[in-house]
Design a protein around this ligand. Structure first.
Ligand code: RTP
Ligand code: MG
Length: 154
């Protein structure tokens, strides 16, 4: 049976502070996905390093963590038949420079400033999405979501 997949989008601090970027990104999200839950939080450095712990030791880790703890971020749990791939496609390549040249209308191409300030995060698989959603929304009911998802295609 067809199912809805979940992904987690995190709008990074520089995009949250840019009203043009933020309203454009919100429109894209609203038009393409079922928005299941949204909240705005600010991370301290400890939470940011925990979230990105798979990248610990990489050359960009410290600046990524410092940046993610520098202002508010918007979290969106989003559903779609192909949520993970669709959101990453809309974001475009991690490298803003590649985005600007190869896919100028992707969100990172349009609003990215650097590889760290590259607009937003997207889960890279269903398993990562589940882990990341639990990280930010410990009370989220996957059971209720699966029920909804089954109803959706009935
Ligand atoms: P994301 O996790 O944010 O959705 O991005 P991604 O899968 O495309 O990239 P990933 O390899 O998971 O990296 C996570 C974040 O680390 C920063 N990064 N900077 N060369 C660099 O300076 C570099 N490489 C990665 C990016 O901000 C990326 O979003
Ligand atoms: Mg990633």
């Amino acid at each position: 049976m067809q199912k809805l997949q979940l992904t987690l989008a995190i709008i990074k601090p520089h995009a949250v502070k840019n009203p043009v970027a933020l309203s454009y990104i919100r429109q894209v999200i609203k038009n393409k996905f079922i928005v299941v839950k949204t909240k705005r939080v600010s991370l301290d450095k400890e939470a940011a390093s925990n979230f990105y712990k798979e990248h610990m030791g990489k050359f960009f880790y410290n600046r990524l963590v410092t940046f993610m703890a520098s202002g508010c971020i918007d979290l969106h749990i989003m559903g779609h038949a192909n949520a993970v791939e669709l959101w990453r496609k809309l974001l475009g390549p991690t490298s803003v420079y590649k985005g600007q040249f190869q896919e100028p209308y992707c969100l990172r191409g349009m609003f990215g400033i650097s590889d760290t300030r590259n607009v937003a995060h997207g889960s890279d698989s269903s398993t990562s999405a589940e882990r990341e959603i639990k990280f930010f929304f410990p009370d989220f009911s996957f059971y209720e979501w699966h029920e909804f998802s089954e109803e959706y295609y009935r």
